[in-house]
Structure formats: C-alpha cells, structure tokens
Design a protein around this ligand. Structure first.
Ligand code: GLN
Length: 496
C-alpha cells in the first residue's frame, strides 16, 4: 500500500510502530502535490519546507517518547484559516499579499496535537460559492471523471473544493473546511469523501476569515468517518477569543464511530423530496434507510415544514452579514491597496479591483436587505424564519435521534454547466443550508456512484451538540455502503 492511500487512523498506527517516519509520510504527500497540483489546482500555496521541518520535529518527539494524537499526520488547510507566517488569501485578490501574524484557533489546536500542514487550499472567493470556480487563483478540478466523457472538467463543489479535491486525490490525509451553507458537505459529496460540519460554536471561528459570522462553521474532511472524528476532536473546544464558542467538554468522537445504532430512531424529512433531484439520489436515499434498518434502527417519516424557506432565508442573512464583514477591506489596514486621487477614490479602486463578481453581487444584496427601507421586510423577516427553521429541527429531535437526507441534489457538474447562472448555483445548497441556519451538526458520507460513475453523498443531521450520534449513524452508513471507488486522478496514478 502507498503511504498516500493510508487513512489517519492507519497512519497513526504505522507511525507508532515505526513502520515509516513522519518525514517519509510528508515526502510522499509533497511528491503527490508536485505531480498533481498543476492539474487539480487544489492548493493555492504549498508549504513543503515547513511540512518537512514539522515532520522532523514530530519524528524527534516520537523518539523522545512524546507524541500527540496527530503527530506526523499531513493535512491541508483551507486558505481561509489564518496561518502565522503563511499567506492567507481567502481566494480573493484583496487578500493576495496578506501574511497573518497569528494562527487561527482551529489550526493552532491541530498544530498542538502534532499535525503537519502541507499548504493552503483553494476556495471560492471568501467561501461564496458551490464550485470553487470563483477563486481569484483559478478553479480547482474535481479528481473524479465522468465514465462517458472523461474530458469534461468537473467542479469539486465548494466553497472548500480545494480541500475536498486534495483529500480525494490523496494529496493530503485530511483537511479543514468551513461550512456556511454547505461548503464542507457538498464538496465532500462531489469528491467521494467524508465531511463534517459540527454544531455552531463547537469549533472556534477565531482567525477564520469571516463570511457570515452567525453561519460560519469550521470542520474537517477525511476519507472515513473515523478520520473526521479524529480531526474534529482536535479542532473543537472552547475558545475565549470567540464569544460564540461553547464551553463544554469535547467527547471521544472516535468511540462514537464504534457504537451500534440498535434502537435509534432516524427521521426522513418528506420536504427534502424536491423536484429536479436526480432519480439516483432518491434511490440511494431509500438504500440508506434500508442500511440503517438492517442494523437495527427504526426509520420514520418526519416533517421539517419550513424547509422551502431555507434558501431564500440563507440568501438574505448570509449576504447581509457578508456585506458588513467585508467592509473591513478598505485598502488601509491590510491586503491589497490600489492608490487613488483621494481617500474615497482609494477605497473604490481597491474594492473595485480586489473583489470578484460573486463577492460584489453579495455585497450589493447584503447592503440592500440591510438598508433603512428594507431592513424589516427582508433582514428582520429572514431572522424570524430562521427561528422557525430551528424550531422545525428541535421539534423533530423530540422524536428522532438523527435525520437522514441526501447531501446535494446532483453529482458534480462540469465547469460552465451551472456555474454561469447564480440562481442555479444557489439551488445546490437546498439540502445543506437548513442545518447551517439551525446550527446543528451534519455529516456527508459517500454512499454510491451515479450512472456516470460519480460519487453521491448521504447526509446525517443531528441535534445541537449531537456530533456523537451523527458519527455513530455516519459510520453505520459507511459500513453498509462499502464505498471503495477511487477518483481517476490520484497520487501514484500515471497521468493521462
Ligand atoms: N454555496 C453557499 C454559498 O454560496 C455556501 C457556501 C459556504 O458554505 N461557504 O453561499
């Protein structure tokens, strides 16, 4: 077996047994990035020297008998997490020259536990998108190919498409992402890997470039449910520097992956049966119910009546918060500056040249819904509907332990197929947005392939701080699905 094919759990065992060193593990991934990143564009910035130095430090620590839960494990970091001394762009030209003088809490936690960072991954500009095509640093390619038409360049989903593509193609063992409206789960589904969005407040947002503060959820990607559990345990925890971070102990998520689902009640929301969803997705969803029943769970139909308001609510609240958060990019304090004739001219030129089209569209929507005449009609109304969506989930969780749904209404699409139409793009988020609005944990696990040979994910949603039951049910689906298919482009494969 190639070192790049190992999962985190297996690599940890191999490192502990001295089957290989952290340096060898890092070198294998660095070689894979060199070979494949020119095709995939999964990384904006690769940091091989830092990775090797950290790997040597991990090997030295192990020789001294000191090792942590992630000692020597090579990871990719979405380029929205500030990393000290390493350029952090958020996929935007406006942050092109920005080198943070501090480390985000989530990445600091991973470093504390011995993780090795291979570099910073590509994303839609400021995490606004579902395709990783709106980055100022070029689009990322999905390593999976259509059987019939392998020439088509498929999107990896987004916004965390670089992280998902890197993990799927074996350029990294795991990765970080952020999920504001689906940006961890949807790219995980498109790339045939697992992604976990924890409860709002479970992972600190400190040092994560803000998109929509009340919706931004950092979380992990892995090639198994267990690997996501290992990563989340390190990433999560209370942080006094984030006022919305929650102070409660971080459970042993790995242990949760080994629990059985006997007697659990699983809800299937009838409103998630939307028109336009690929038939195969409906079939896979039915298969998922069957897999859970066979393992002893009881599957019941539930209702989340406000589901249809999820997208319009999200596309008011997210741009509103974004327009406020993005006001800080003025060309004065950090990042790009384009000089002008006076201060106003400098602001306008900097923001005009620094932001891409999608970001400008969101700022326009956001400032409109927050403006004096429209605040009550749009923003305040959206906040009220958001409360109803949360109530849908809390009512449902009176009755069921977890919810089973598809992750996305389609498999990966090709660049240009939907990416030109903003409304089509927004529809991508129909199954993922409600869990962000409600702040509840949700995971996507690969469950099968469509007729084109592309991966499809199933989603498990849990109650607030119900990460353990989400991991338990996710692992049960994973066992039954037995998903072992591999993407066309991956480390060690001869490139065509
Ligand atoms: N696709 C959604 C959007 O464009 C969600 C993005 C995200 O979760 N960061 O806003």
């Amino acid at each position: 077996m190639r070192l790049t094919d190992l999962g985190i759990a297996a690599a940890r065992t191999g490192l502990a047994r001295r089957d290989f060193s952290a340096r060898e593990l890092a070198l294998a991934h660095i070689a894979a990035i060199e070979a494949l990143n020119p095709r995939l564009n999964a990384f904006i910035t690769a940091t091989p020297e830092q990775a090797l130095a950290a790997a040597d430090a991990a090997d030295a620590a192990r020789r001294r008998g000191e090792s942590e839960s992630l000692s020597g494990i090579p990871l990719a970091i979405k380029d929205i997490f500030c990393t000290r001394g390493v350029r952090t762009t958020a996929g935007s030209r406006i942050l092109g020259p920005f080198v943070p003088p501090y480390e985000s809490t989530v990445t600091r936690n991973l470093l504390r536990d011995g993780a090795i960072f291979l570099g910073k991954t590509n994303l839609d500009e400021f995490a606004m998108g579902s395709s990783t095509t709106s980055s100022a640093y070029g689009s990322t390619q999905n390593p999976w190919k259509r059987k019939q038409n392998p020439e088509a360049r498929l999107v990896p989903g987004g916004s965390s498409g670089g992280s998902a593509a890197a993990v799927a193609a074996r350029l990294a063992m795991g990765a970080t992402g952020t999920d504001t409206g689906g940006s961890i789960r949807q790219p995980a589904s498109f790339c045939g890997i697992t992604g976990m969005k924890p409860t709002y407040g479970r992972c600190s947002r400190w040092g994560v470039v803000a998109f929509a503060s009340s919706l931004d959820h950092p979380g992990p990607f892995g090639r198994s449910v267990e690997d996501c559990a290992i990563l989340l345990r390190s990433m999560a925890g209370h942080d006094p520097r984030d006022s919305t971070s929650v102070d409660r102990p971080v459970p042993d998520y790995e242990a949760a992956c080994r629990r059985n689902i006997k007697g659990l009640r699983i809800g299937v929301p009838r409103e998630y049966c939307v028109s336009g969803m690929a038939a195969e997705i409906g079939e896979m969803w039915r298969a998922g119910e069957e897999w859970l029943r066979e393992q002893g769970a009881e599957v019941v139909e539930i209702s989340l009546p406000h589901t249809k308001y999820g997208l319009p609510t999200y596309y008011i609240i997210a741009p509103a918060e974004a327009s406020s958060n993005l006001a800080r990019y003025d060309g004065i304090r950090y990042g790009l500056r384009v000089d002008g004739e006076d201060l106003i001219d400098l602001y306008e030129r900097t923001r005009g040249e620094g932001f891409g089209a999608e970001v400008k569209r969101r700022i326009l929507i956001g400032t409109y819904v927050l403006s004096a005449g429209y605040y009550d009609a749009y923003y305040l109304k959206a906040q009220k509907v958001r409360a109803l969506i949360f109530k849908d989930f809390s009512d449902a969780f009176q009755n069921v332990d977890a919810i089973l749904a598809p992750t996305a209404p389609s498999a990966a699409f090709a660049e240009g197929e939907k990416t030109e139409d903003p409304v089509m793009m927004y529809l991508n988020d129909v199954f993922t947005v409600p869990a962000d609005l409600a702040g509840v944990p949700a995971l996507s696990v690969p469950a099968g392939l469509d007729a084109d040979g592309l991966p499809l994910g199933l989603q498990v949603i849990g109650p607030p701080f119900g990460e353990e039951v989400v991991f338990t049910v996710g692992a049960a689906l994973e066992r039954a699905a037995g998903f072992t298919s591999l993407p066309a482009l991956r480390a060690g494969e001869v490139l065509r």
